[in-house]
Structures are given as C-alpha cells and as structure tokens.
Design a protein around this ligand. Structure first.
Ligand code: SF4
Length: 405
C-alpha cells in the first residue's frame, strides 16, 4: 500500500511529478472534482466503496493530494476534519486487509521469533490457552517493534498498554495501526500547513473543490456544529493567541513598534476576528461585515491600547500612525473611513512566521504549539480547533493528548 506520506510517495512526488507545487498544478487535468469528492462522500453511508480501496497508487496519490490542496483554503475547519477522517479510514482499511503495516511513514520492524522471552510471550499472547479461537490468538500476537523514543513521539495511550524491552516497544496489529493513524494525522496537519502558504497560487479548481467539501462536511458534522459552533468569525480568544501576538499586545520598544503594532497586530486581529478563513487574499473587510462596528469597537481599541503600551507610546509619538492602521486594514490612508472605502488599499494578511523571524526576531518566542506552524493565524485557528474538538467530545484534555511529541 502507498502511504501518501511514506518514502515511496515522497519519491513519486519528487521524481515523477517534479515536486509538490508541480503535482498540484497538474492535478486538475487528471482528477475531476466529482472524482476527488468520491473519496469523502461515502462517509454518509459509512462504507468505503471497493473501487476506492482498490485505486492504483498514482491515482490514489492524485485524488488524495487534490483534497489536500483544497484544504489550503481552510486549515482546521470542518473540511479538514472530514478529509482526515475519511482518508485515515481508507488507508487503515487497506493496511488491515494487507495484514502488514509496511512501507508506511512509521518505521515499524517485524518481530523475530526468539527476541521476546518465552515466559513473556506465554503471558502476553496467552500461547497456552488452546481454547482461544485463531482470530483472537492473532489479535494478541506481538508483531511489530519500534524504538521507544519513536513510540513516545506518537503514542497517545498509557505505556502500561505496551510491552517494552531493551529500548523497544512491541506492538500488536491494532496497536501498530493506532500508531500509524497518529502519524497520519500529524503528517496531514503538517502538509495542510505547508500548502496554506501557497494557496494564492493554486488553480481555481481547488477553491471549487473546497466549496464542495464544505457542503458535505456541514451535513456530516451537523450535530457537532450545532453543539460547538463553526470556525466562522467569532469573538477573539486572547488566551489562544500565539506568543508573537501576545508580545505585541504587551507593548514593545521603539525599534519594533511599527512592525509589531501596524503590521502584525493589525492584520492578525482583523483577520482572526472578521475573516479567519479568507477564501482568497484579495478579500476586503466589506466582504466580511456589513458595518464597521466590530472594527471600531473590538479591533481598533485593542490596537490603540497595545500601541500605548509601547515605549514610547506609538500613537502619542506618531499620531498619523492611526491612518496607517486603516491603510493596512484596506481603507486607504484615512482616519475617517466608511465601509465603502474598504478595498482602497490592500487588507494586509498576517506575515508568515519566517518573515516575522527575519524582520522582528524579538517577537518570535515559539511555544510548543508553534511546531509546524507557518503563520500566526494558523496557530490561532489550530488552537481554536483543538479547543472546540475537546468540547465537542466532552474531553477537556484533547489538547494535551495532541501534543505528545
Ligand atoms: S513560530 Fe510563528 S506563531 Fe510562533 S511565535 Fe514565532 S512567529 Fe509567532
């Protein structure tokens, strides 16, 4: 089986297609939108169609990456949840049928006959229990091993469930599959974050595919959406902001003020509050709200206060900087904007982490959630998503379970 994040898939993407960007640009000529949608639409019935389970490697890779490309428009939305869930199930089923977890992105080794002491095998695999049916016996068998350090990066259960010996963890088939699923989820998120950076360059095809995914996801997660609300615009959660934004909010010294307040904070707060998942970068504030009250009551005061916390205070020192804030919000250089002015300049998108590190390294103090994050806005969306997922499942510790490595 071809694991879309395994070495063989990476080789195919690199050598046969010339890299991920090239792959994404040719997909629309090879995969129809309906065809890509078939990879997720079966979720309603719960039964994976045989023709999807039996797709050839290249076609499989193309349809899977078509969906990943579409997710670049909304990382951490319900569309991502839908694609992740349906594809994890497709690949798990293939692995189950193959009876071996091989050629995947996790380095599981087969266990040889004599490396586990007979006494331990007798207890763990109940080898003397003749009454056990063959299926049950197979289920108990320790088939794989993996270095303990690698297991700890991914394992979300208790270590008591795992047999550990001489630096290795020994796993049954089910435990191996569980580990693979964790690895799939992690690689999946990583890939969506990477594609988020190039979404402006993606063909229109992916936006249309994303819209179709949204329709199925809203139907599939209907109950959950009713319980937790969607990842649409909602009041800001300051506690979930990334470290760079929190530093900017606290006020910064003179050399950093303009970047921290006008460039980072203004773009971050406005997109996070008004349009967390912009379908394209030339979106205007008037595309997202029908009046300026949220900007004037919830966003501007936070920016002004953060500016006043700088030393020396930004807007006392440079009163014209308020016009620059409106400029960065897309209203042109003004201090008395109307909604119709939105679009007179570009509504600046939050800079990517690499830009922040290059232009204002003092702002970037990554915490554990920054891992694999390429933009402060996706940091925030990810934490909102984890928070909502925890609430929806009634599991307050969802976030802790997410971060084992
Ligand atoms: S890694 Fe990115 S999100 Fe995290 S602190 Fe640095 S700039 Fe901010």
């Amino acid at each position: 089986m071809l694991d879309p994040f395994g070495d063989e898939a990476k080789r195919l993407v690199r050598e046969e297609f010339g890299g991920i960007n090239e792959l994404l640009s040719i997909i629309p000529s090879y995969v129809g939108i309906d065809q890509a949608i078939e990879r997720v639409s079966w979720i309603k019935s719960g039964e994976i169609p045989e023709e999807i389970l039996k797709l050839g490697d290249v076609q499989d890779l193309l349809t899977f990456y078509a969906l990943l490309g579409a997710l670049a428009f909304s990382p951490y939305g319900i569309e991502m949840e839908l694609v992740k869930e349906s594809n994890a199930r497709i690949y798990s089923e293939r692995l189950r049928r193959a009876g071996r977890i091989e050629g995947t992105s996790i380095a599981l080794e087969s266990v040889s006959g004599n490396e586990i002491p007979i006494r331990d095998r007798t207890i763990l695999e109940r080898t003397h229990h003749q009454e056990l049916p063959p299926g049950e016996r197979e289920r108990l068998r320790l088939k794989y091993k993996i270095p303990l350090g690698k297991l700890l990066e991914l394992w979300d259960g208790s270590l008591k469930e795992v047999y550990i010996r001489k630096g290795y963890a020994y796993l049954t088939e089910e435990q191996g599959l569980r580990l693979w699923e964790r690895s799939f989820e992690r690689n999946f998120e990583r890939a969506v974050n990477l594609l988020y950076e190039v979404r402006d360059e993606l063909p229109e095809y992916y936006l249309r595919l994303y819209e179709r995914l949204g329709e199925i996801a809203r139907e599939h997660f209907k109950e959950r959406l009713e319980r937790m609300g969607s990842a649409e615009a909602q009041p800001l959660r300051f506690d979930l902001f990334p470290p760079c934004v929190k530093i900017a909010l606290g006020g910064v010294p003179a050399g950093l003020r303009n970047y921290a307040i006008t460039v980072l904070l203004t773009s971050f707060l406005s997109y996070a509050r008004l349009c967390p998942n912009p379908p394209r970068r030339d979106v205007r504030i008037r595309d997202c709200v029908s009046d300026l009250s949220i900007v004037e009551k919830e966003i501007l005061p936070v920016i002004i206060e953060a500016g006043n916390r700088c030393s020396p205070p930004l807007f006392e020192d440079q009163p014209h900087e308020v016009k620059n804030i409106w400029y960065h919000l897309g209203f042109g250089l003004t201090d008395k904007p109307t909604l119709e002015d939105s679009g007179n300049s570009t509504w600046y998108f939050p800079p990517n982490c690499s830009k922040i590190r290059a232009n204002a390294p003092q702002l970037c103090r990554p915490d554990r959630h920054c891992r694999n994050i390429k933009n402060p806005l996706t940091y925030y969306l990810r934490r909102l998503y984890l928070e909502n997922r925890g609430k929806a499942g009634g599991d307050e510790s969802a976030e802790g379970g997410e971060e084992n490595g």
